[in-house]
Ligand binder design. Sequence first.
Ligand code: IVH
Length: 693
Amino acid sequence: MKDIEELTKHEAEIELKRIAEEMAKSDIAYYQNDNPYLTDAEYDSLKKRNEEIEARFPELIRADSPSKRVGAAIKSGFGKVPHRFPMLSLGDVFSIEEVDDFILGVKRFLNTANDIIFMAEPKIDGLSFSARYEHGRFVLGATRGDGTTGEDITDNLRTIAQLPQTLPSGVPDVLEVRGEVYMAKEDFFAINEKYLAAGKKAFANPRNAAAGSLRQLDANITKERKLSLFAYTWGKVSQRCWNSQAEFFERLQEWGFPTNPLNKLCHSLKEVEENFNHLMEIRAQLSYDIDGIVYKVNDIALQERLGFLTRTPRWAIAHKFPAEQALTRIKDIRIQVGRTGALTPVADLEPINVGGVIVSHATLHNEDEIKRKDIRINDMVVVQRAGDVIPQIVKVILDKRPADSQEFIFPHTCPECGAHAIREEDEAVRRCTGGLTCPAQAIERLIHFVSREGFNIEGLGDKIIEDFYHEGILHSPADIFTLEQRNDDGDLFSHQKNSALHLESRAGWGKKSVENLFQAINQRRLISLPRFIYALGIRQVGTATARLIAQHYGNFTNFMTDMKNKETAKLVQIDGIGGAMAKDIVEFFQEEHNLQTIQDLLQQVRVEDFEDKTDYNSPIAGKTIVFTGTLERMARAEAKAQALSLGAKVAGSVSKNTDYVVMGADAGSKATKAKELGITILSEEEYLNLIKS
Ligand code: IVH
């Protein structure tokens, strides 16, 4: 990048425009789509460069300059709302025995032998909110945030019809009502269908869809999405006119708040268990996702005596449901070919409703897995859907194995291109050797190339890439950058000579969407080195490794020269790159078609040199960190990128070398393993405090 001192006025003007566009786009990706593509460091350096150019050419300051937007409003987007009364979370238990322990604990604490009455409430899988009313008028809405400070979502909450804007007379002067915003399954399917048709990425589950819809800087977008809510607790109130959770629900109903019709008082462990079993049974038929049941001591005087632990009340607990399972039949097993040629067996299932979502495929991972679980075509199997993961086959019901069940013979040739499929010693996967002559690999490579962490080109969804590939419109990444020219002029592809593409006349497209696509593509003609390396799709090279390489080599030429010269030894000097990975990387650069792809691409895009802005003095510099569970304050990719820029290493699995495990909601086996190994576990909040310190 040119020194600011050396820029001509014309060049400065062009750059200011580029930066303004880039930052505006990044803001939209970050705030509206919950899908960031610039790291904080990249964002900050753009902002800094913008300011420096403006200082030299004040006459060029644009009306839409990022410097004109309030700093805080850009960075955090939403105003901050301190919670006068913290928004807490709940302890989790997974069995009725643990619920019994909880109830015994409550009785012990209260020093009573009397039965305690509990309110059992379905645990809505959404996003918690707090709505403040002053003199009966809705004045402030907030997300939970870190529990102490949330984000101001007043305008967004106003768009949800179920939230009363004014309350009847007689309500407390100050009243904070809290509850859960969620997206009904039906609305979730509808929005995803719309997104997929438009070539956008679908939301993984209703919870993500609700979060992405509520946390919109532009409340008009929230309004378009159908959101619903249930109220279930309170924050600050000037005068409490209820003495139990049951009475509170009565008040809520009088005031016009939706409460869950399945909330139920339980007078004994037996009732608790019956209620649990009942809700488990009807769970799939509910129009919204629930992931457990919350038990709250009904009597508020008792709640007050019980009080709080650090982050959770002693008077409430969440009884989580196990992953949703169902029984179905394997109709067939087929092979999918991935970006690196890996042959993955996939089971085609008789479509089955698993917790309200129709499942018709499940991954079988690899050939050993099929053998280990002894899975055959026509077998009856238990399938499971947990959170947003791909459905899994838990086990075969051998008692129900039909006479015509068939063993699956794993192919030794690629079903897509016919090339040999080879399984290397000590590898679990068999791979197609067809490289980019294999259509499946070529398509997967293109999909990877435009993905969020790669070139992040919105508008080129999986389906579109597949169609374009088969129609001969796109074969290699460089073709993406000649689309615009070919759209009007035709040419370039010998077999398509002179026929202009006219994408705007394709079904479902239009002038605007084509313009947007070309704009998205052109914005990527300048690309950061880590993104470029990642996008190439080298086996084993994810975002973290791409960044390590970028950091080490500084520019693409240096890296490529060493790789062509098979300098494996130099690669393994990079902390975090081992022998096997180095071998894969070097091999990638020995393949003629890969070198050709890169050469073509470099005709179209410019790769920015990597400026190392890593903070090697940060509190986590040199530490190895594992992120697990759902993070609430930042996207996982963003958290990773930030940790790397603070000089930490980010690992995917917990080992004795791990320094910290940062645990989000619903953390699974990694948290358990960390506990076993005695590794420091941090909540998201503790982690953020650590890196701030
Ligand atoms: S009560 C101090 N009630 O679960 C009590 N929470 O793991 C705080 N949730 O952050 C929460 N349904 O987002 C409560 N009926 C319900 C709930 C519920 C869903 C969520 C909420 C909370 C999380 C706690």
